[in-house]
Design a protein around this ligand. Structure first.
Ligand code: BDR
Ligand code: CA
Length: 347
C-alpha cells in the first residue's frame, strides 16, 4: 500500500480528498496537516478535524496546524468559492466543540506543528519502518511543504513524491494566468519544484474535467440514485446528505463565479486518485517554474512544453522537475469515488 501525508486547506474539494485518502484501498493515510488558503489557518485546521471525524478516520490520525501565512506575500482567502469558514453551506459535520473533533488535535489545540509532524511521519515510514517512502500531497498553498523541504533536507530521501493540485498549463482561475493555490504562495511552490524529489502536478486542465454532474450527484445521494424528471433523489444516509450539501454549495459557487453550468470540479480529490491509481491519468514530464514577478502573470506555472531550457533528467532545480498530469479517465475516477463513499458509509 502507499503511505500518504495530506496537507490541505479544507475547502469543499479538500474534504473529498480527505474522504478518498481514508477509504481508497491501497492508501494508508499517516496524518493530515493544514495551511492558510481557502480560509484562515484556524478554520482549515478545524475543518480538517471535523472531516476526519465525519468520514470515520481511525483515532490515531491527527491534524497538525501549519503556516498561517505565505512565505512572503499577504494571506489571501477565497470566500467567494468556499464561503465564510471554508466549508460554507455544508450541513451535518460534527460541531467544533465535539469531543471527538477536539481529540483530533494531538494536544490541546496541539502543537506538533505541520512540518515536524510530516518529518516524524517520514521517519516512521522510512527510517524506522521497512524503508517505505511516503507520498506527500498538497491540496492548498504549498507553504508547509516548502518549509518542510527547507528545514528537513536530510529527510527528502524518504519522500517518494510531492503530488500537488495547483497551477495550469496556459490557464488560471484566480487571475488570467494563475491558479489559486500557486497564486497564494508562488515562492513556496518554486521551492518545492526545486527540491530533489519527484513532483507531480495536477493542474486545472485536468481537474476541470472531473465535474460532478447531476447524474453523479444523484449517485452520491443514493447508490442506485438517478435523476427523476431532473430532480435529485433523497439522500440514503446522513453522510450522503452532508456530501450533497457540499456539492450543492460548490456547484452554486462555480456557476456564479465561473459560469460552470454542469457542476463543480473536484480538483483536490485527483491527487489521491493519482497516488492510488496513476494509470487513471496520462502524464508527461517537463520543466515547470513559477512566475514570481510578472506584471500580468505572477503565480503562473510556466510549463516548458518544448524543452527550451534543455533540462536534464533529474528532479530539482536544473531538471525536468515535474510530472504533469494531462488527462484523466473521468468515468473510472467517479466510479472509484462512489465506491469510497459506500465504504465510508459502512464505517
Ligand atoms: C484549488 O483552490 C481551492 O479553491 C480548491 O480547494 C483547490 O485546491 C483550485 O484552484
Ligand atoms: Ca484546496
Amino acid at each position: 500500500s502507499k503511505s500518504v501525508w495530506l496537507d490541505c486547506d479544507p475547502g469543499h474539494d479538500d474534504a473529498t480528498a480527505i474522504l478518498l485518502a481514508l477509504h481508497w484501498p491501497g492508501i494508508e493515510l499517516f496524518g493530515v496537516s493544514t495551511v492558510h488558503g481557502n480560509t484562515s489557518a484556524d478554520n482549515t485546521n478545524l475543518n480538517a478535524a471535523r472531516c476526519l471525524e465525519a468520514f470515520g478516520a481511525p483515532e490515531h490520525i491527527k491534524v497538525h496546524g501549519g503556516a498561517r501565512k505565505p512565505l512572503i506575500r499577504l494571506p489571501h482567502h477565497d470566500v467567494e468559492i468556499h464561503g465564510v469558514g471554508g466549508l460554507g453551506g455544508v450541513e451535518g459535520l460534527p460541531p467544533k466543540d465535539d469531543e471527538r473533533v477536539l481529540a483530533r488535535f494531538d494536544h490541546p489545540r496541539g502543537h506538533t506543528r505541520a512540518i515536524d509532524a510530516i518529518a516524524r511521519a517520514v521517519q516512521r515510514s522510512w527510517q524506522d519502518g521497512q524503508g517505505t517512502k511516503i507520498s506527500v500531497v498538497s491540496t492548498g498553498p504549498m507553504t508547509n511543504i516548502a518549509l518542510f523541504v527547507s528545514v528537513y533536507p536530510e529527510l527528502l530521501e524518504g519522500v517518494e513524491q510531492f503530488v500537488f493540485m495547483g497551477g495550469g498549463v496556459g490557464v488560471g482561475n484566480r487571475s488570467a494566468a494563475a491558479e489559486f493555490n500557486i497564486l497564494c504562495d508562488p515562492e513556496a511552490a518554486q521551492i518545492v519544484l526545486d527540491a530533489p524529489v519527484k513532483c507531480v502536478m495536477v493542474p486545472l486542465n485536468v481537474t476541470h474535467t472531473a465535474i460532478v454532474e447531476d447524474s453523479i450527484h444523484a449517485k452520491i445521494l443514493s447508490p442506485n440514485g438517478a435523476l427523476d424528471n431532473g430532480k435529485l433523489p433523497p439522500a440514503a444516509t446522513p453522510l450522503r446528505q452532508m456530501l450533497s450539501t457540499l456539492i450543492t454549495f460548490f456547484a452554486e459557487a462555480y456557476k456564479a463565479v465561473f459560469g460552470f453550468h454542469l457542476g463543480p470540479p473536484l480538483h483536490d480529490a485527483l491527487t489521491i486518485a493519482y497516488i492510488a491509481q496513476p494509470e487513471l491519468f496520462t502524464c508527461r514530464r517537463f520543466r515547470v517554474d513559477v512566475e514570481l514577478s510578472g506584471k500580468h502573470t505572477s503565480g503562473e506555472t510556466v510549463v516548458d512544453l518544448w524543452d527550451y531550457s534543455k533540462s536534464d533528467n533529474t528532479w530539482g532545480h536544473t531538471g525536468k522537475n515535474c510530472i504533469v498530469t494531462e488527462a484523466l479517465d473521468v468515468m473510472d475516477f467517479f466510479d472509484k469515488l462512489l465506491e469510497c463513499i459506500t465504504r465510508c458509509d459502512s464505517v
